[in-house]
Design a binder for this molecule. Structure first.
Ligand SMILES: *Cc1c(COP(=O)(O)O)cnc(C)c1O
Length: 716
């Protein structure tokens, strides 16, 4: 309990308290410094959690009386002063980048992405791409890179998922009011709001921008919901990945062309552009046109310059995941561009075709980005190889191995995903500065000194937290959508804190096969309901609102979870977002991933449990062929590709069952009296020693910097 105050605080003290809380709330640095959470929670726990832990909304609830109480609470103010000082120090200190490169390189790298997941209270993301982008910015900030980011202010975000009584996903889009977000309007030197005029076919759409500080990195978010725009254009920035093709091309014109004009209006000296996925590829056309008209460069010279200073990351080996537009639609918006670029209509479209002259091809954003970026990459070694095969026709005559698409394997921002109690363990055993040394194997080797009993006890605590969290969420779900034969009290009987707990959470795209483990439901029921060795599975994930097969998978899963034989052992948590993810990855024993190989470009979710000693049980797809070492988890199968047959599903399912029955469950329940499962804990430690040192965004960002950003910036 906090010590009670003896005296009441002075007006100056309460003002100081408010100022410091306001400063912390204004910079998303708080989102990866979880100790800040308790400061806001103490203001009004209910408002804090009801707002998805939004410091700005919570702070607005701070009454004068409560402010005086907190300002007089010495423990509270001590914490506050410390965190406030840490933030100031963070923004001022000499960074890794400054130490290593100083001022030797000019300008900044600008990062373009459709979505960013920085915190669950800012739902500007749909899934993995956004999480990766958010984590990338945080490491760019921690390392001190000269870096800015551009995105869109999705006022209604992405679907907030509810499951109705029939097991169907219902989609809701609550509004994120600017006043509730840690953002400020972007103004020009004269103090006036910047208004960008972006030509879109016959119209001109006006956009303004918000600035969000992610530590040291500014993230600029474009917004067209302005009174001077037509109603349809105001809606362009409402819902992420929504609308018809016409809406989508306008959104991408906004991101690529509008985003570039914004950086110009701000006079930012951009010497490298990183296109994170193809959505922003119109950016390259805008930059080429700008150099031709402004600097009077020839097409060849302008194109070379833009290409030399661009890096492009492709994120999906699924053809449908690669954005393309009907050429007729493109002509509606880019009619005068061939003339502007001094080329024919045919040449213009050839920029976005795999095979020049192939009029059957749509206008592909991936070919456009590849053709206008000197450096390109996939997001795991396997994905790089797949991408080279997919796009080799763009470089006719080159053997696949020489196709200029490399790879930078994804990572996670460790501080964002790490449970605070595990962070304490790392501070104790790896040293206070472990975070700055996170990409060294030697740092993590120290995990071997964590006593087995202590690690197991902590893990069991985190699992108990997860189960309490699941029960509370399921209770809420039941209140909203009652399930026949289930009472609210039943929610307290689901899941067993001592049972082997498997987590499965991701977007419900069909290739991820969320229901693979139900291929033989009887066999699964037998595994789960073994009274001596029980197993349980926690599921979560959204389907894209227009993804009919994805929604059918959810309905099927929910149906299973409600069957009496599965009810206590299978839970579906609705509305998968960062908070659900954080709880799951901290508390599960096993993280299951069974996509159709090789359709998972990287995946990052399995890296998060590994940080807490969770063991991956995964198809050898995405990052896992690089991560798996035989002792830090399991491989389902031997790396066989999925050839779109039922037989491939049956094969993968039976490999999964066999592993569970013969290896995973026996190892978990192999106990000496009262002690932790020795061999299991050894695997937990192996995962902690071998996965975080490589699969983190500090390593990832450094790799992008040295392979892609610096060569571009030096050439600019
Ligand atoms: C980590 C994370 C993802 C990424 O999932 P993958 O399936 O591994 O790509 C998506 N959504 C949320 C909320 C996450 O935390």
């Amino acid at each position: 309990m906090a010590r009670k105050a003896r005296t009441t605080a002075s007006a100056a003290q309460t003002t100081d308290l408010r100022n410091k809380l306001t400063t912390i709330a204004a910079n998303l640095w708080w989102s990866w410094n979880p100790r800040t959470g308790s400061l806001f929670e103490r203001i009004d726990a209910k408002a804090y959690h009801a707002s998805d832990r939004n410091p700005i909304i919570t702070l607005r609830k701070l009454s004068p009386a409560k402010a005086r109480t907190l300002a007089a609470d010495r423990e509270y103010t001590y914490q506050l002063n410390q965190l406030h000082a840490q933030l100031k120090q963070y923004l001022r200190e000499k960074t890794w980048y400054a130490t290593k490169y100083g001022r030797s390189v000019k300008g900044v790298t600008a990062y373009f992405c459709m979505e960013y997941a920085v915190h669950e209270s800012l739902p500007l993301y749909a899934g993995g791409l956004g999480v990766l982008a958010g984590d990338h910015l945080k490491s760019a900030s921690d390392l001190g890179l000269p870096f800015v980011a551009v995105g869109i202010y999705w006022k209604k975000g992405y679907t907030r998922q509810h499951i109705d009584q029939f097991g169907k996903q219902q989609d809701a889009y609550p509004i994120l009011r600017p006043m509730d977000a840690p953002i400020v309007e972007v103004k020009n030197k004269a103090g006036k709001t910047i208004r960008l005029r972006i030509p879109m076919g016959k119209d001109t759409v006006v956009a303004k921008a918000w600035r969000m500080d992610v530590g040291r990195v500014p993230l600029y978010l474009l917004d067209t919901d302005l009174p001077e725009n037509k109603p349809a254009d105001r809606k362009l920035t409402h819902v992420l990945y929504s609308g018809d093709r016409d809406t989508r091309i306008r959104q991408e014109i906004l991101l690529g062309i509008g985003g570039w004009r914004l950086l110009r209006a701000l006079n930012i000296n951009v010497t490298c552009c990183h296109l994170n996925e193809g959505h922003a590829a119109f950016l390259s056309l805008e930059r080429i046109a700008e150099r031709m008209s402004g600097k009077k460069e020839t097409l060849g010279r302008a194109t070379r310059y833009v290409t030399d200073t661009s890096a492009f990351t492709t994120h999906t080996p699924v053809p449908a995941g690669n954005e393309e537009f009907d050429p007729v639609l493109v002509d509606r918006y880019f009619k005068d561009w061939p003339a502007k670029l001094g080329m024919s209509h045919e040449e213009f479209h050839n920029l976005a075709r795999v095979k020049p002259g192939n009029v059957k091809e749509n206008f592909g954003m991936t070919p456009l980005a590849l053709r206008t970026s000197r450096r390109a990459n996939g997001v795991a070694a396997l994905h790089g190889q797949i991408a080279r095969g997919m796009w080799k026709a763009i470089w006719p005559g080159k053997p696949v191995s020489k196709v200029p698409i490399g790879h930078v394997t994804n990572g996670i921002h460790l501080a964002t995903w790490l449970h605070p109690r595990m962070a304490e363990t790392f501070e104790e055993f790896l040293g206070d500065d472990w975070d700055a040394r996170q990409d060294r194997v030697a740092t993590w080797a120290q995990c071997r000194h964590i006593p087995d009993d202590a690690l197991w006890a902590l893990h069991q605590d985190l699992k108990a937290d997860l189960i309490a969290y699941c029960r509370a969420r399921v209770k809420n779900q039941l209140r909203r959508a009652p399930v026949k034969g289930m009472t609210l009290a039943d929610a307290d009987t689901i899941l067993d804190p001592n049972a082997l707990t498997i987590g499965f959470a991701r977007r419900f795209a069909p290739y991820k096969r969320a229901t693979l483990c139900f291929t033989d439901a009887k066999r699964l029921a037998k595994i789960l309901n073994d009274s001596k060795r029980p197993v349980q599975i926690i599921f979560a994930g959204k389907a894209h609102p227009a993804d009919v097969p994805g929604k059918a998978i959810i309905a099927e899963l929910v149906k299973y979870a409600r069957m009496p034989k599965f009810r206590k052992r299978i839970v579906f948590l609705e509305d998968y977002e960062m908070d659900v993810a954080r709880h799951m990855v901290a508390g599960v024993d096993v993280w299951l991933n069974n996509p159709e190989r090789p359709r998972e470009a990287s995946g990052t979710s399995g890296m998060k449990p590994a940080l807490h000693g969770g063991l991956n049980l995964s198809i050898l797809d995405g990052w896992w062929p690089e991560g798996y070492n035989r002792r830090n988890g399991w491989a389902i199968g031997k790396g066989e590709n999925h050839n779109n047959t039922k037989a491939a599903d049956t094969r993968d399912a039976s490999n999964l069952y066999r592993l569970l029955e013969k290896e995973v469950v026996p190892l978990y329940y192999n106990r000496t009296k009262n002690g932790p499962p020795k061999e299991w804990v050894a695997r937990m430690k192996n995962a902690m020693m071998t996965i975080p040192p490589f699969f983190n965004t500090h390593r990832q960002v450094k790799e992008y910097l040295t392979k892609y950003y610096l060569p571009a910036m030096r050439k600019a």
